[in-house]
Ligand binder design. Structure first.
Ligand SMILES: Cc1cc2nc3c(=O)[nH]c(=O)nc-3n(C[C@H](O)[C@H](O)[C@H](O)COP(=O)(O)OP(=O)(O)OC[C@H]3O[C@@H](n4cnc5c(N)ncnc54)[C@H](O)[C@@H]3O)c2cc1C
Length: 479
């Protein structure tokens, strides 16, 4: 079928899933006040397909039906530039505040299917064929996927990945007539209440783990035994004036328990094949998936710079300290834009005819953004000072006893009205100081692994050839 609309997406969420939020079982997110806003926001990203068909839709290479561009398996630089436009449309919709809009998993699985040669190594031909068939289904049914890669933390002294067998971690119990039975836990399924399926695939290699932990698959959210425990909601759905962002962009995160869950055979992509589990998250994955993440980050940084600049203007803050901090945010945004463009410029074939970006500039961003984005929040709070907390609510603006006083004492510099001033500072607080902002800061610090690990990885992966050449000139000089 062609790319879905938002209404079709919302209808698909009504099933018998076991999503728990604050002790309540949620069967339809549209029925829950803390989830409805984000459900509608994700639905709006589906509607973008038909608002901007030139950017967001393309013909399915086999059926000719119009599918979302984010499902494209890129075969050239032009394909990646086409995908850029679609990813930017989605990123702009949530101004980068929703990291796991369905395009993230669409891009990831398009990359996996493009490198089916990696998944089909070491005798895993059946798993790779299942994955390729699944990616077509994902594209044609235009599913929304959540995912979980990380092993549950029980005792960090035992390491980040299982050594041998650990029955708390996701593992295979046995073969069944129609597939496999799995049990155990994983973190942290962002977007879970707004997904049709959950995908499981590797993260860090686990060289000494039991092969029973080496699993990859995708199953429907209402598969019996699958349980999701959501974190506390940070949604503030009352009105768009008081909470311009947190009423709609809380994408949720959930701990996942697989309590004896049967995975159909045709949805199993890795079943005990440790060498494949330990190798598929290769350079290709980084070079592909970070296209979505960094376009989102760039959009968010541009938005942050816009908020901060407008806040300063609103109160006439022209001092040099403020200008310096604004210039810092602009620089992060510009460096992110430049790195995405450099990645696209250096795109090349990674094997099997699949084209992805030059991963080096994206890897550098991955090492910096977990520090830049919290710093951006800090700057917005510094520029905002008490002003982000001196913001009457919509109800106070509507009160005739208060309104004349608010209009007089809470207006901004020049001809900025009290309402304009309250709106921009509320936006700043919702972006940098609210409960949503706090969750988002945690997301930026960890969603692609912690900044520290990313810097270690950047150093370990870096090509030293050119740096060595520059240094060797001096080390080899005659005395
Ligand atoms: C909001 C949010 C959403 C997420 N969404 C998803 C999702 O959708 N799907 C998914 O699979 N996962 C998701 N995750 C999980 C995420 O992938 C992990 O949190 C991330 O990989 C970090 O793993 P960790 O928590 O084990 O932390 P670690 O990598 O262990 O880091 C935690 C801390 O440990 C310390 N540390 C210990 N050893 C080292 C070391 N060698 N190097 C550096 N630091 C070290 C540091 O202080 C570090 O900050 C999400 C996480 C968050 C916070």
């Amino acid at each position: 079928m062609p790319a879905r609309t938002g209404a079709q997406f919302l209808r698909g969420l009504r099933d018998n899933r076991e999503v728990w939020l604050a002790g309540q079982r949620v069967t339809d997110p549209m029925d829950h006040p803390a989830l409805r806003g984000a459900a509608e926001a994700i639905a709006a990203t589906f509607d973008l397909h038909y608002e901007y068909p030139g950017d967001c839709l393309m013909p399915d290479p086999e059926t000719g039906e119009q599918i979302a561009v984010s499902h494209m398996i890129p075969r050239s630089r032009e394909h990646l530039l086409q995908r850029h436009k679609a990813l930017r449309r989605v990123a702009e919709f949530s101004v980068g505040l929703m990291g796991r809009t369905p395009d993230y998993m669409n891009v990831t699985y398009a990359g996996f299917a493009g490198r089916s040669d990696e998944w089909g190594a070491n005798g895993n031909e059946e798993g790779a064929a299942n994955l390729v068939a699944f990616q077509k289904e994902l594209a044609r049914d235009d599913l929304s996927l959540t995912h979980t890669l990380i092993h549950a933390t029980v005792d960090k002294s035992k390491g980040n990945v299982p050594t041998g067998f650990d029955d708390t971690q996701l593992h295979k119990v046995e073969d069944t007539e129609h597939g496999i039975l799995v049990r155990g836990a994983r973190v942290l399924a962002t977007l879970a209440p707004f997904s049709d399926e959950i995908a499981v695939y590797p993260s860090q290699p686990m060289p000494d783990a039991s092969r029973r932990h080496a699993l990859s698959f995708s199953i429907r959210m209402d598969t019996p035994g699958l349980k999701f425990i959501c974190r506390d909601s940070v949604s503030q759905p009352d009105n768009r004036f008081d909470h311009p962002l947190s009423g709609r962009f809380d994408e949720q995160d959930a701990f996942v328990i697989f309590d004896n869950v049967e995975v159909p055979r045709n949805r199993v992509f890795i079943d005990g094949n440790l060498p494949v589990y330990n190798s598929v998250m290769s350079e290709s994955w980084r070079a592909n998936a970070m296209h979505q993440t960094m376009i989102r980050a760039w959009t968010k940084l541009e938005f942050a710079w816009g908020i901060a600049t407008r806040m300063a203007d609103t109160i006439g803050a022209k001092d040099l300290v403020t200008q310096e901090m604004l210039g810092e945010i602009w620089s992060y945004a510009e460096l992110t834009r430049a790195a995405v463009r450099a990645g696209e410029e250096g795109a090349h074939e990674y094997g099997n005819g699949a084209w992805f970006l030059d991963s080096r500039p994206l890897g550098a961003l991955r090492a910096m953004l977990p520090y830049w984005l919290p710093r951006v929040n800090e700057i917005i709070r510094l520029i905002g000072s008490h002003n982000v907390l001196a913001t009457p609510s919509a109800a106070e603006f509507a009160d005739p006893r208060l309104r004349p006083l608010i209009d007089k004492y809470l207006r901004g510099a020049g001809d900025v009205t009290a309402e304009e001033r309250a709106r921009i500072f509320r936006l700043g607080w919702d972006f940098a100081g609210s409960a949503l902002a706090s969750r988002n800061e945690q997301y930026e610090r960890f969603y692609l692994t912690s900044g520290a690990r990313n810097r270690q990885g950047a150093q370990l992966r870096a090509d030293r050839t050119e740096a060595n050449r520059l240094v060797d000139r001096f080390l080899r000089e005659p005395v």
